[in-house]
Design a protein around this ligand. Sequence first.
Ligand code: A3P
Length: 350
Amino acid sequence: LQTLPPVQLAQKYFQIFPEERDPIWQDPCEDKRHKDIWSKEKTCDRFPKLLIIGPQKTGTTALYLFLGMHPDLTSNYPSKETFEEIQFFNGRNYHKGIDWYMEFFPLPSNTSSDFYFEKSANYFDSEVAARRAAALLPKAKIITILINPADRAYSWYQHQRAHDDPVAQKYTFHDVITAGHDVPIKLKVLQNRCLVPGLYATHLQHWLSHYHPSQILVLDGQMLRTEPAAVMDKIQKFLGLTNSLNYHKILALMWKPLHLSPADPPPFCFSVIFYCRFDPKKGFWCQLLDGGKTKCLGKSKGRKYPDMDVDSRRFLREHYREHNIELSKLLYKMGQPLPSWLREELLHSR
Ligand code: A3P
């Protein structure tokens, strides 16, 4: 039997098993051997029991806000680095370890009832995030929200334009989604961020290879926009929460003005209906506060932008056709209803 000093031993080990260079964190309390060497000061009740995995631009922030109103649920502390989201499982933060992750959650008060959750919208299309999340949080519940992938792509493009991304400023949406191989790398990157997360069946399949279907809830993002209280009822049932919150009472529909000109009143036209011209489809749901005031999401959520051009819509319908068919089969196997937008897309596929 031979050995080496620790550092050399580690180097030798990773030479033989290079695939193990990337750590994989497991819940220390799931394995007695790990639990025994886990500090007595620490607790395994400081992990989330629910992950909202995205994808981006599907209404994840609205859902996060609505869940945060529930007395049984506690969200993570916001991260200063990554625009509030922790983004632990998908990227480099993972290497900061589980103590770093746990710091985003309060110290448990009364262990069994604490129900922490976090949302990081780019977990959805990250294969590694699914694997890592399942290793640390094997019993967690997972929520994903799906909207028409074409609309998701367009929303992302508009998001980038609003953030003055020079590529999104320079190229039209149609240019971006139809760009071939021989284009500037930055254009390709934007194209990927628009199109890849929308390959829903592929990404969902990754999560299903690590979590049992009963742990995953797929929400219809269109319904979250139009009937959030009904969606929240469904979620409360899925999570099996002790207290039931009446979301029909605490959410209020706000209307956004259709055309803004300098003469128009401020962005939200509460009860002054006669002042504004409304597009009923642009309504957004907000939190109703005591005294009748409301708290809506910031101006970056529910932006006003022109409708997608017909050529892009046609292109994307074709682009996602097979993936949407795959998604419908997957949802059928999972025993989950098809979102309304998917039923519509399937009708167009015939
Ligand atoms: P748009 O700004 O393109 O309309 P995310 O939070 O995942 O980034 O998603 C943003 C999208 O959430 C918005 O996209 C908007 O359509 C949708 N959304 C759903 N419910 C909302 C609400 N109550 N308030 C604001 N946006 C909402």
